[in-house]
Design a binder for this molecule. Sequence first.
Ligand code: LMR
Length: 342
Amino acid sequence: MIPLGSTRLLRRSVISLALAAACVPAAFAQAPIVIKFSHVVANDTPKGRAADFFAKRAAELTKGRVKVEVYPNSQLYKDKEEMEALQLGSVQMLAPSLSKFAPLGVKEFEAFDLPFIFDDYADLHAVTNGPVGQKLLKKLESRGITGLAYWDNGFKVMSANKPLRSVEDYKGLKMRIQSSKVLDAQMRAVGAMPQVLAFSETYQALQTGVVDGTENPPSNLYTQKMNEVQKHVSVTNHGYLGYAVVVNKKFWDGLPPDIRAALTKAMADSTKVANEVALKDNQDALAAVKATGKTTVHQPSIGERFLLKKAMIPVHKQMASRIGQETIDEIYKVTGFDPSKL
Ligand code: LMR
């Protein structure tokens, strides 16, 4: 016979076991969907801030059913590898710069690299928020990628260890560029020797003299400490650098519809954050570079900028067959840009 106390104990254990068993499937059901979001820049950049905001907003709007893990600074993958990782599903989300999509075969994205094609953010947004922007994102679908949004960074400065004032100053300089044929042509147009390097390798390449100079918005230059190894910066604003936020299509299509809707809303809110902080982050970064007193920041005169533009504009024609004249014309139409009128 089992004593009374033991029976009670036994009953209690059976009940706890039953409760625990009942909880197991629930616990599994509640395991959050993980989105690995890999990027190559620092947290305190427009992209870094927007990615962190997206992680927070996604958790809020899905009530914890989605956990976005942000991996900044090429911690997981460098430029080329991250694109492969996305297609393989090793990460679910990225925000590569628009210059990095052509190697996937979607060469139209290089239109964004055309020098002097956008005067300001308003021009750019007219394109990204309109049919051209949407058409380009759609082209990624056949590569297993869904485009969710465009995020701003900003307009690029040129840097080197010598002042870059006239077009002649670029002659013979080895300039690091992103993997874009348009940027290659742009550097050759001023007599420089372009060299494609991963973003994460740029600081060291500048430091060791593998390359002499580079181009990037000030926020990227400053947060990677490139200014510490570049004595001169020219605020040429000759081209734009921004991002497309992309997800693995299979992953995205497989999400429960309510989760996808919540993430779409989180993305819209994050896009606002990215675009609101971009201008200020770049202004602050440029001020910070100046404040170090170690890098001279040169503001080109109207005449200097005009000559740079004149040297670089032929790239539009040169690259038309690669990008597609149709896409270029669509952009011209939206922005009112006329290459014949300099
Ligand atoms: C670069 O490679 O210079 C940029 O694309 C980095 C970035 O993601 O802003």
